[in-house]
Design a protein around this ligand. Structure first.
Ligand code: AIR
Length: 463
């Protein structure tokens, strides 16, 4: 028999609290993964009822709110971030005041959140990347296009989910105002600066999720990422590439990780060039959209490994379970046609249409703005199909191209490889479509299934 003091001591030693700056979908999925480990999560986020608040405690405050970050740091055993807007100065000051570890290191956050500083740091570390130049004004952007041809212009700070990135083609050379317009489009017309990167003629885009633990580093198998208009739409594992390219991608990722300070998960986006090289695109100092597939598709998800890493616990296996595809659910362009949209295009999400009651199931909080809302239709069909995992982020408002959820389809390998090592799935890929039983699959089949499911899901005006 344990006496109560001993039980209390045992419980206290296993219950940690992780503080997260940001409480969007990534914070929500961190908290979902933390719970089974006995780890509580507190988030700082400015939006009342932010996505993570349904599964974690929320301190309402901005990503640079010193008082909120101070409270977070005082109450947590370790602090991390889920959005690059987190202020490194506030984190460093609070960490010092309370002797609370912050992962990644605030200096690494400072470097990564500034795209120019990030690119220079990896360039100096010898990581292969596209040619680039700093852009302070329209003349710099013109010079970049004259030197490289088409470039991707990225705001130095503040961009994510497609915002802050615009391609600039040679056509811009014909109109002088074009360069100022492009800088304004990335939000860098005010002199905050941008970086222009040579447009890479890539075979495909890959991403490697890496995790740095106390004394170990692991990488997940490379994810093939499919973007449209600078926004991630779908991911696929195994990537439809060769074992050699996969190994190369993981090796570039390890070089990236060794140039960074601090534990945790990092999302490393790469271009696979036409000659099989891996060039670094950019790094996120946090779990990444291209790693959502790891929830169903691996032994230990990126979110669980992030929690383990920031607390200094042993990491879990990054081995894949089978071919896995994820498709993002975005606010659709069709929303623009809805009469309900207010000035900035935001529309309240009222709830889901469920077949059970043949009616709309209202989300908590529902429509407070008085604007007509939208409902998500088609969920019953996705759930009934039985092969999909549906993830809803709980955002109260949707606008065109906002990430509001995702669907994952994960199956067993079509052929038994018997290979459970972390490189399993890198072997030559069978791309023949479907035809097998539901449980087994090819990359093509899981991608097609994830697409079919997301096509079924649509926002529609509340009737
Ligand atoms: N996020 C952070 N950097 C990139 C992304 N996608 C996630 C984080 C953040 C949320 O997106 O979880 O809190 C913000 O999404 P939104 O739709 O509110 O802008």
């Amino acid at each position: 028999m344990h006496d109560s003091a001993e039980i209390g001591r045992v419980q206290a030693s296993s219950a940690h609290t992780v503080g997260v700056v940001g409480g969007g979908q990534l914070g929500r999925m961190v908290a979902e993964a933390a719970a089974p480990l006995g780890v509580d999560v507190i988030v700082v986020d400015p939006t009342p009822g932010c996505p993570a608040s349904r599964v974690a405690e929320q301190i309402e405050g901005g990503f640079d709110d010193r008082a909120a970050i101070e409270e977070l740091t005082r109450r947590a055993d370790a602090v991390t971030v889920e959005i690059e807007l987190a202020d490194p100065d506030a984190l460093a000051a609070a960490a010092e005041a309370h002797d609370t570890p912050v992962h990644p290191d605030p200096e690494t956050l400072r470097t990564i959140r500034d795209k120019l500083a990030q690119t220079r740091a990896f360039d100096e570390a010898g990581v292969p990347l596209p040619a680039y130049r700093a852009v302070d004004d329209p003349a710099d952007l013109r010079a970049a296009v004259e030197t490289f041809g088409e470039v991707m212009c990225k705001a130095r700070t503040g961009g994510y989910d497609g915002r802050g990135n615009v391609p600039v083609s040679r056509d811009a050379l014909e109109r002088d105002e074009a360069f100022a317009e492009r800088l304004a489009a990335v939000g860098a017309a005010d002199g905050t600066g941008a970086v222009a990167e040579e447009f890479v003629d890539f075979e495909r885009e890959l991403s490697v999720i890496g995790v740095v633990g106390d004394d170990e580093v692991r990488t997940y198998p490379p994810t093939e990422t499919i973007h449209e208009a600078e926004i991630l739409r779908e991911t696929l594992v195994p990537a439809r590439t060769t074992r050699a390219v996969s190994e190369r991608a993981r090796s570039v990722a390890r070089d990236v990780l060794s140039a960074l300070d601090g534990r945790g998960v990092y999302g490393i986006e790469l271009f696979e060039t036409t000659d099989g090289e891996g060039l670094l695109n950019e790094v996120a100092p946090r779990p990444h959209n291209s790693g959502h597939w790891t929830i169903e598709g691996t032994v230990t998800s990126q979110f669980e490994n992030h929690v383990r890493a920031v607390l200094g616990l042993p990491l879990g296996s990054t081995a894949p379970r089978g071919p896995t595809a994820t498709a993002n659910l975005l606010g659709g362009e069709r929303l623009a046609e809805l009469p309900a949209s207010d000035d900035d295009g935001r529309v309240p999400v009222v709830g889901f249409e469920t077949g059970v009651a043949d009616d709309v199931s209202h989300d908590r909080g529902s429509n407070e703005s008085g604007t007509d809302g939208v409902v998500l239709r088609g969920l019953d069909a996705v759930l009934a199909a039985g092969d999909a995992a549906f993830h809803w982020y709980g955002k109260r408002e949707v606008y065109p191209l906002r990430k509001v959820g995702h669907v994952t389809v994960s199956r067993e390998w079509k052929e038994k490889t018997g290979d459970t090592s972390e490189s399993a799935g890198d072997s030559e890929v069978d791309t023949s479509a479907g035809g097998e039983s539901e449980r087994r699959g090819t990359p093509e089949a899981v991608l097609a299934a994830a697409r079919t499911h997301t096509d079924r899901l649509q926002f529609d005006a509340e009737s």
